[in-house]
Design a binder for this molecule. Structure first.
Ligand SMILES: CCCCCCCCCCCCCC(=O)CC(=O)SCCNC(=O)CCNC(=O)[C@H](O)C(C)(C)COP(=O)(O)OP(=O)(O)OC[C@H]1O[C@@H](n2cnc3c(N)ncnc32)[C@H](O)[C@@H]1OP(=O)(O)O
Ligand SMILES: NC(=O)C1=CN([C@@H]2O[C@H](COP(=O)(O)OP(=O)(O)OC[C@H]3O[C@@H](n4cnc5c(N)ncnc54)[C@H](O)[C@@H]3O)[C@@H](O)[C@H]2O)C=CC1
Length: 300
């Protein structure tokens, strides 16, 4: 049995003591990341509620999770996992009995703050809040709440069911108890955790973003084609995907949110200057795999 299959088919039950205090998880945002996080949380025995803006988005997300599980698991396990997943459009109602909130909505500070401010009033005192943000300082989001000691970052990687890493981020106000619970939750999710401070891009994106931005500048300067850059990085540097394939995979809209946010925050840093090519593709609705076309057209 493949290793990924073994991990996903272990017989977890939500009464198991391996969870410490985190048994019930609310994932807000049912897109690319939210669906993956919810899949892994439910596969590792947690009770999970997924929240998004419409029932239609939520139904599609549930179907994506089921399809993803079908790649690696049998009918009985899939039924158990799907049985631990519920969907809701009312975020305040969803967090009433939850131990942990993982926010994976659009990469926009004001939208995230508005969400957490309303959740803060609805969630029980013990509930820990986390964001899966790629690029926004966790402390800038946490200020919207009165529970900064119970606030941190859980930065998962795409695709969540396959990528082993979880960056666990603490802000100065995060209590040791909260941080330990988040590390324990990472372990319960079968991820390898690294401890991160609340610095721009944490560890991975601090290194990944400049690399990817230099790739797009090479193409803008006419030095190489996206195809040749991707081939070069896969065959010459051993990366599983080249930077353009990866951008299509992440979503060009999300990449633009990240780079625009950093340019606004650090306007003098040439690494974070907006990219005319990225802006053009986003304005044309070419957002990558999610719309069928980005730098590449997806094969049907
Ligand atoms: C250039 C333009 C620049 C624009 C600006 C840039 C701005 C900055 C952008 C920064 C973005 C930051 C986003 C972020 O915050 C952080 C990220 O997440 S970065 C992305 C990280 N991810 C990657 O780097 C992925 C790289 N790609 C890969 O690793 C592989 O290609 C991939 C794993 C996706 C697919 O590999 P492949 O071999 O093709 O996969 P298989 O299908 O063969 O499966 C492998 C393995 O996994 C098992 N499996 C498959 N599906 C599932 C599933 N749904 N659930 C569980 N397990 C699954 C499968 O069975 C295989 O297992 P084996 O044991 O090997 O059989
Ligand atoms: N795409 C990637 O590879 C990665 C993204 N991230 C981060 O994860 C977060 C989500 O990214 P994706 O899943 O790619 O985005 P996505 O665009 O696929 O999904 C976002 C979802 O959030 C929903 N949403 C927006 N506002 C909402 C609100 N107020 N309440 C409830 N739902 C709301 C949208 O309807 C959408 O379904 C972002 O912060 C992003 O930076 C982190 C790691 C990797």
């Amino acid at each position: 049995m493949a290793q990924a299959t073994r991990v996903f088919c272990r017989n977890f039950s939500s009464s198991s003591s391996r969870f410490g205090n985190i048994k019930h998880v609310t994932v807000i945002g049912a897109g690319l990341m939210g669906a993956g996080i919810a899949q892994v949380a439910a596969s590792t025995g947690h009770q999970v509620v997924i929240v998004d803006q419409t029932d239609d988005i939520l139904s599609k997300s549930k179907a994506t999770i089921e399809k993803s599980l079908q790649r690696v698991a049998g009918e009985t396990f899939i039924a158990e996992v799907m049985g631990r997943l519920t969907i809701k459009t009312d975020a305040a109602a969803a967090v009433k009995n939850t131990d942990l909130v993982i926010e994976a909505i659009v990469e926009n500070l004001e939208v995230k703050k508005k969400l957490f401010s309303s959740l803060d009033k609805a969630a029980p005192k013990h509930t820990i809040f986390t964001s899966n943000t790629s690029s926004i300082p966790i402390k800038d989001i946490a200020v919207a709440t009165q529970r900064q000691d119970r606030f941190g970052g859980l930065h998962f990687f795409n695709p969540v069911p396959i990528m082993k890493l979880l960056e666990v981020i603490r802000i100065p106000a995060t209590s040791d108890e909260t941080f330990d619970k988040l590390l324990g939750f990472g372990k319960a999710m079968d991820k390898s955790t690294v401890n991160c401070k609340d610095t721009p891009g944490f560890i991975v994106n601090r290194l990944l973003v400049p690399y990817m931005m230099e790739a797009i500048r090479m193409v803008e300067r006419g030095e190489a084609s996206p195809q040749d850059v991707d081939t070069a990085m896969k065959l010459g540097a051993g990366y599983p995907m080249g930077p353009f394939e990866l951008t299509d995979y992440v979503g060009l809209d999300t990449c633009k949110f990240i780079i625009d946010g950093w340019h606004k925050k650090y306007p003098d840093n040439p690494l974070f200057m907006p990219s005319p090519l990225l802006d053009k593709l986003v304005s044309e609705g070419k957002l990558g795999n999610k719309t069928g076309e980005g730098f590449y057209k997806q094969k049907k």
